[in-house]
Design a protein around this ligand. Sequence first.
Ligand SMILES: CC(C)(COP(=O)(O)OP(=O)(O)OC[C@H]1O[C@@H](n2cnc3c(N)ncnc32)[C@H](O)[C@@H]1OP(=O)(O)O)[C@@H](O)C(=O)NCCC(=O)NCCS
Length: 189
Amino acid sequence: MTQHEVRPLTESEFREAYELFRRALLEPPSKDEDWARNSGRYEPGRVLGAFVDGELAGTVMSTTNVLAVPGGRRLSAGAVTAVGVRADHTRRGLLTALMRAQLHDVGQRGEPLAMLHASEAVIYERFGYGVATRARNVELARVRAAFRADAPLGGRVRLVESPKAETGDDLADDLPAVCVVPAGPDRPG
Ligand SMILES: CC(C)(COP(=O)(O)OP(=O)(O)OC[C@H]1O[C@@H](n2cnc3c(N)ncnc32)[C@H](O)[C@@H]1OP(=O)(O)O)[C@@H](O)C(=O)NCCC(=O)NCCS
């Protein structure tokens, strides 16, 4: 373990944290338009930095979010993202210290959940994260695709609002009529 200090970053340090994260992912330095696109995600108080000898060496952040859970309730949740430790400071416990501080912060905010989409899933189990759902992207080459002969024609299109668990106005009532949820291991858990 290296001696390091973990603290929330000030807004004037957010760009540096963004650069560090990009470098950790081996991306080139950002252009101003990259930062303009991403800066809105950096919420004051939710961006943490780990400093070694006064220099920023690692960062994590979370955003204020909600997650619909089985039963339809929507719980507040910290959405974890932009996890990076400088390549010259890895494997010295910086991420561990950042994750610990972040989970503490999420708890202090009264958020019962922290969640993330991991590019490197094996990293996060040790911090208490686990697989909560699965997703699949499907690309359809339209030149090789056609509607099934028995697909219904006609009808009308209706715009529905997103699910509102509080009011009971839930898409779940309508969806079974228009799509089949597959059974088996690929069904979201
Ligand atoms: C992944 C990363 C954040 C780890 O930071 P770090 O400060 O080196 O992590 P720590 O020293 O706190 O290590 C914590 C534990 O995770 C393990 N670990 C770290 N990186 C890992 C990886 N890529 N795969 C598997 N395990 C990893 C460590 O071995 C350590 O386990 P141990 O305590 O049992 O030895 C850092 O390597 C990094 O920034 N990588 C590039 C960017 C990236 O992958 N970000 C995450 C995207 S999801």
